[in-house]
Ligand binder design. Structure first.
Ligand SMILES: [Ca+2]
Length: 414
């Protein structure tokens, strides 16, 4: 691993830092890519979560070393009101909490967005107790060798790390925090939004040109944040699944933002991506973060009795049994309104790579870069960065010169 990061990491750093740095001053109301027209690589759950336990300072550091421009802390609140980075309020799958006898009595079932959920909840732990836990890899097919070694970081600690890395690497590196389950947190008396703004204020990052995007699957908290901050806001758009024909499946509870459930608003997530829905989003956000099938979907290669057929014959039905469909008009419609488009999540495992990409995850990134996304969320920032370099070499004549002449790149990015 050390050799990997020191050799490949340095090469990627050259590409990422010198040829694709984004001056903070470039942020404004228009959809703007980086100075060299490059889409952003957003480190999903840190950007190295394909390699290390997610949402740890180690995973953020590796994600940045692999070239991520932004790293994503998902945020939940502790009992004493600190914001920590976890994918869910439930700590059972991403930490070693269930193996610690001293916390055994904290296990309980709570209603999380209408779903009875068993586990250990961040809001039952003080930050001092959270610091006694250690992160584990939540994807069973990924390397488990780092389980139990890394602490759970606070948002403040992540910002401190990112600022130091940005200084060391001489490029803009930002954070892309997500308010997780905002209605739930409000219901337990630990609303996230003002806490997040307080941490951003303390960091000097509560302003329009800060290297910060705030994202949420809910809508009401983004509207509230819009009234309180000029930091860029991104409306995430989820769904439950993709049907055999490529249309989106809206099975509950992934049918709509949970604040719509709470307020009895009809509709589904996809309503946010129609021209009318995008117009509504434009009223409070700067961009959309759609699940990637909303931009380029896929259909089963073969369908029998309404279900996908295992055409590869490996005993499972997965992405390899599907074929890509043409891009939708969501990117064009969003761009017409000046909304940024940052789809999620790009992952390298073979079972997650569509059959049209011939087993090479680079091809998936290329398809989405070519379709015009302004950035994307990746568990494997290194692959996203390499694919971006290939995309730029194909499409930007200046980029080839840039790659070969670091000084010129630096000058271009002044
Ligand atoms: Ca198969």
């Amino acid at each position: 691993m050390a050799k990997f990061t020191s050799t490949l990491g340095r090469a990627l750093l050259t590409i990422g830092a010198l040829c694709a740095a984004l001056p903070a001053a470039a942020h404004d109301d228009k959809p703007r890519r980086r100075a060299d027209n490059a889409p952003l690589v957003i480190g999903h759950r840190g950007g190295a979560s394909g390699y290390l336990p997610e949402h740890t300072l180690e995973a953020y550091s590796l994600g940045i070393a692999l070239g991520a421009d932004y790293v994503e802390p998902d945020l939940v609140a502790t009992k004493d009101g600190h914001l920590i980075a976890r994918h869910e309020p439930n700590l059972i799958d991403t930490t070693n909490v269930k193996s610690l006898p001293k916390f055994a009595d904290r296990r309980r079932t709570v209603m999380l967005d209408g779903v009875p959920t068993d586990g250990f909840f961040a809001s039952d732990f003080t930050l001092a107790e959270i610091k006694q836990l250690r992160a584990v890899q939540s994807f069973p097919e990924r390397d488990q060798a780092f389980n139990g070694r890394f602490e759970i970081p606070t948002l403040a600690e992540i910002i401190q790390l990112v600022k130091r890395k940005a200084r060391d690497e001489g490029r803009v590196i930002g954070i892309y925090p997500e308010t997780k389950h905002p209605t739930y947190h409000q219901g337990i008396g630990l609303p996230l939004e003002d806490r997040l703004l307080a941490v951003l204020n303390a960091a000097g990052w509560n302003h329009r040109n800060a290297p910060v995007f705030i994202q949420s699957f809910e809508t009401a908290n983004l509207r509230y944040l819009r009234s309180k901050t000029s930091v860029r806001l991104i409306q995430l758009v989820d769904a439950n699944d993709v049907n055999p024909d490529g249309s989106l499946d809206y099975t509950k509870p992934y049918d709509k933002p949970y604040d719509w459930v709470a307020s009895n608003r009809a509709g589904v997530f996809g309503d946010l991506l129609t021209p009318r829905g995008l117009q509504e989003v434009k009223g409070y956000a700067d961009g959309i973060g759609p699940w990637k099938p909303y931009l380029i979907s896929s259909a089963c290669k073969s369908v029998q009795a309404g279900a996908c057929v295992d055409v590869t014959g490996d005993g499972v039905v997965d992405e390899r049994d599907r074929v890509l469909l043409p891009p939708t008009d969501v990117i064009a419609n969003a761009h017409k309104l000046g909304l940024l488009v940052h789809p999620y999540t790009f992952r390298s495992e073979q079972k997650r790579v569509n059959g049209s990409f011939a087993g090479n995850p680079v091809n998936e990134y290329l398809a989405f870069y070519e379709a015009g996304v302004d950035g994307l969320f990746s568990d494997f920032a290194d692959t996203a960065v390499v694919a971006r370099a290939m995309f730029l070499l194909k499409n930007d004549p200046d980029y080839a010169k840039c790659l070969q002449n670091e000084r010129k790149c630096e000058k271009n990015n002044d």
